[in-house]
Ligand binder design. Structure first.
Ligand SMILES: [Zn+2]
Length: 271
């Protein structure tokens, strides 16, 4: 009996150890599977962010090299909230380094018989002008809004011709022209999201309209696109008359951060 009991408790101990080992093995296997799944999730997020960034490049945000630098060398992952903003049509960046797609035609609506604006933003523009007038600023009008890339080419040719008639060389005429007019597909006017007010000159700064716009344009989604203190970043001389539609959310954020569009896009890529 004694012996039998001893054997019995020994068997029990062995069984306990066996079950214990099984449990440890199961925990180990489950842990390994979990680590594997989590790792893969992380990778797919990064790949997703990279794919999103590359799609941004296609619609003209930046060069692909920059995107690769941002994603591999600095290993920075842009947040989903920022990616949403970067993919928004309201923030499309067009300048001499970021040409718009040549086949892009914005949805257009008529301001009057001669002028058009992006149909998605035209109400903001017309309401802003109406409210300016209601505030006692009678002397305000949208002089230049949407321009087709062909019209942009025409303007460049006309300006070059004028400089040539003034006795400039071909090269001087082109350089002087491109200081004031962007090349086709490089102008926000080709996007249909920019407006030049009144006589498109520096006298606009002295009108009542200018300080009103500085204070209120963000409520309608417009920003002063080429500020005086950002010339080295925008690479465009100060233009008090040129206002760009970006929507109220971004206009307010850009103004509160003190960033021009080029800086704001960089800011979003890094946040
Ligand atoms: Zn303009």
């Amino acid at each position: 009996m004694e012996d039998k009991k001893g054997k019995h408790s020994e068997n029990c101990e062995n069984r306990k150890i066996f079950i214990y080992r099984i449990v440890v093995a199961i925990i180990l296997i489950v842990s390994i599977i979990l680590v594997y799944i989590l790792n893969n999730l992380g990778n797919s997020k990064e790949v997703g962010a990279m794919a999103n960034n590359i799609s941004n490049e296609i619609i003209g945000f930046n060069s692909i090299e920059n995107s690769i630098v941002n994603n591999t060398i600095t290993t920075h992952v842009t947040s989903e909230e920022s990616l949403r903003k970067l993919n928004d049509w309201k923030l499309v960046l067009v300048n001499n380094d970021n040409k718009m797609a040549e086949d892009y035609v914005p949805p257009l609506a008529n301001i009057d018989s001669a002028r058009q604006f992006d149909a998605r933003a035209i109400n903001s523009l017309t309401q802003m002008i109406l409210d300016m007038k209601a505030a006692g600023i009678k002397n305000i009008w949208a002089q230049s809004t949407y321009r087709s890339p062909d019209k942009q080419k025409e303007l460049i040719e006309e300006s070059i011709q004028e400089y040539l008639e003034d006795g400039k060389t071909e090269e001087e005429a082109r350089t002087l022209t491109l200081r004031g007019i962007e090349e086709p597909y490089s102008s926000e006017h080709n996007l249909g999201l920019a407006v030049d007010f009144n006589n498109v000159d520096y006298a606009f700064e002295e009108t009542k309209a200018f300080p009103w716009l500085v204070k209120n344009a963000e409520k309608y989604g417009f920003v002063l696109r080429y500020p005086k203190d950002k010339e080295n970043i925008t690479k465009i001389k100060y233009e008090p008359w040129h206002w760009r539609y970006v929507g109220t959310e971004y206009a307010k954020e850009m103004n509160s951060l003190g960033l021009c569009l080029e800086e704001y896009i960089e800011y979003l890529k890094n946040n």
